[in-house]
Ligand binder design. Sequence first.
Ligand SMILES: Nc1ncnc2c1ncn2[C@@H]1O[C@H](COP(=O)(O)OP(=O)(O)OP(=O)(O)O)[C@@H](O)[C@H]1O
Ligand SMILES: CC(C)(CO)[C@@H](O)C(=O)[O-]
Ligand code: BAL
Length: 284
Amino acid sequence: MSVIARPAVAESVAELRRLRAELPGPVALVPTMGALHEGHRTLVRSARKQAGSVVVSVFVNPTQFGPGEDFDRYPRTWDADLDALAEEGADVVFHPPVEEVYPPGSVGVTVDPGPLGSVLEGAVRPGHFAGVLTVVAKLFGLVRPDVALFGEKDYQQLTLIRAMARELALGLEVVGVPTVREDDGMALSSRNRYLSPDERARAAGISRALREGAAAGPAGADAVLAAARDVLASAPELVLDYLELTDPDLGPAPATGPARLLVAARAGSTRLIDNVPVTLGAPA
Ligand SMILES: Nc1ncnc2c1ncn2[C@@H]1O[C@H](COP(=O)(O)OP(=O)(O)OP(=O)(O)O)[C@@H](O)[C@H]1O
Ligand SMILES: CC(C)(CO)[C@@H](O)C(=O)[O-]
Ligand code: BAL
C-alpha cells in the first residue's frame, strides 16, 4: 500500500513563516478558496512541475464578497480539500481563520485595481477586485513565491493580478492555466455544486455560447457576438449579466487577431462566469 505524505498545515501567519523558511526553492503558490475540484488540482499539478515546493492557500476571503453575496454559504470542504492536496503533492497548506489575515487594529490599507476593476465582473460586484488584489498581495508577501498560478476561468482576476505583479514590481511570475471543463464544455467551478440537475443541464448553454461564438471568429466580431447571443437566446432560463468581446488585455476588441469572449450569467440563484480565446478575421 502506498502512503501519501500529508502536507504541513499552517493555520497562523507565524506557522506559515516558519514552514516557508524551510522550503527548498523555487516556491510556487496556488491561492484558492477551497471546495477543490479538478481545476484546482490541475493548478497544483502544474505548480508541482515548475517549482521545488508548492504552497496552497485555502481561504474564503470575506473582503471580495459584496453584501448579499454567498460568503456565508460558500462551500467549505476542508477534510476533502486536504485529502486532494495530499494526493497532488502540495508541501504546505495555509488555512487561516479570518483574524489571521485581517488582524483587528489594522488601518485598512487596500490595493486599488484601477479602472479595470470596475468593468465586467467589477461592474456587477463593486469592490470585488480590491478585495481579491488585497488578499493576493498579502499572500504574496507572506509566502514570497517565485511563481503563482491562477486559472483562466477567472480571466479578469488573472489579468488584474498579472498587472498588479508587474506594475507594483512584486518580483514574481504570474502563470495562467487554461480552464478545465466537464465533458459537455461547462467550466468546473466550486459554485457548480449549488446547481440543481435541471439548472446544471441549462447552464451548459454558457460554454456552448462561447464555443459557437469562437467558431465564428473568422467572420469577425459582429458574427462572434451574434452566434453567442443566438445560443443564449435559446436558453431563456439563463439570465445574462454580460457578454463581451475584448482584446486579450480586456481593452476594446481588435478588428482582427487575438481576442477574448467573456460571459456572466445566472442559472437560478447561481452566478457563473466563463470565457474563451477567439481569433478574429480570416485565418492567415
Ligand atoms: N475550471 C477551472 N480551470 C482552471 N482553473 C480554475 C477553474 N476553476 C477555478 N480555477 C482557479 O482556481 C483558483 C481558485 O479559484 P476558486 O477557489 O475561487 O475556485 P472556483 O471554482 O473559481 O470557485 P468559484 O465557483 O467561487 O468561482 C483560481 O485561480 C481559479 O481561476
Ligand atoms: C484568488 C483568490 C484565491 C483570492 O481570494 C480567489 O479570488 C479565487 O479563488 O479565485
Ligand atoms: N473564483 C473567483 C472568486 C470569487 O468569485 O469570489
